[in-house]
Ligand binder design. Sequence first.
Ligand code: HSE
Length: 430
Amino acid sequence: MAFKIGLLGYGTVGTGTAKILLDPVGRNSLLQEIVIARVGVRSLDQPRSPELPAGVLTTDLEAIVTDPEIDLVVELLGGLEPARSLILKAIDHGKHIVTANKAVIARHGEEIFTAANQAGVYVLLEAAVGGGIPVIKPLKQSLGVNRIQTVIGIINGTTNYILTKMTEEGADFDEVLAQAQKLGYAEADPTADVDGYDAADKIAILAAIAFNGRIKREDISCEGIRQINATDISYADDLGFVIKLLAIAKANSDNDSLQVRVHPTLVPKDHPLANVNNVYNAILVEGEPLGQVMFFGPGAGQGATASAVVSDIVNIVGMMQTSQGSEKLDPMLRCSHEHFKQLSPMSEIDTRFYARFLCQDVSGVIGHLGTSFGNHNVSLESVVQIGFRHNLAEIVVVTHQVREGNFHQALTEIKGLESIDSIPSILRVL
Ligand code: HSE
């Protein structure tokens, strides 16, 4: 029997999804049982490719999510509304959901998954994180028996492209952003990408799965890349690092609470994430007993994202065929989280820091810096006087692992030193 799906949205990913579904030869045989019954779009005026049979396209999205003929709704609208309301209504009408929408899942996952579990339907979201990279299902299933310690990802292609170009060309942020916008790699409004919100949505989703608990999106500390400049990229390079926007989720030593954060980070050049460049994404997972495993691939793009969307659809079709009318959801695919995880405030995390100081070139400056750091238990790994900028000595410090709160207390003391002019950059080090 045909399995009928309704698509909400027929943009880049929607048309990519249709291309796979309408060209099933040589792919999973379950594709031949899937029929695109309805496709919801904003306007019927535009020509569409691939073309759909007459009557499939509609501007009435509500009619799709309530249509008794439709088994599964694929939500590819993006954004919070109307996506959230349409997903909830579709669930209410007994439809399974496949979505690529990280924002709606990261921010409204609790009500969506609660409704889905009550209605006995699946909500699958492989395409929401890492585009075409299979990471959600592997985390849930293949790695599910491991005790996960860390998930560290480069999960925003736009910022990875910008940082890669800044590194290669020695250029500053604004210049590369403008270039990226011209080439279509960055949105006209780049906020969600460059300020880290997109990566924060994605790490909220990964952390929930890896650490078995819900994550309050608003508790994730999030810093973007606007303040990164060619100077720090070049100094980082001299010190053996590249700068990447990392999304990090880590279990604390109590094995119960977590730290979840997004920020630009100096990554040692020999670290597996250091060579993930341009628009590529990668997610490094560390667990016990497995050790490290890294997922790498295209984090966005039509074909890649559609591949993840269609694999979710096929998963559900397969489940429906084997569940033989049982109303129970497969525990390996349903959302099983009930409690929110406790997230540590940033002041309580332990990390290394890179800081750049502009100082008067007088005797004893480095000693004063060292004393102030020492007063707050901040141990230094290296202190380098790089040169001069506007008659001021430029000093770069890299710390050992320190408590972030202690580091900031030391900085407050340092700001009060007469010989310190300013602290242009503070970045974390992996
Ligand atoms: N805007 C995202 C990125 C792609 O730059 O990675 C979709 O998640």
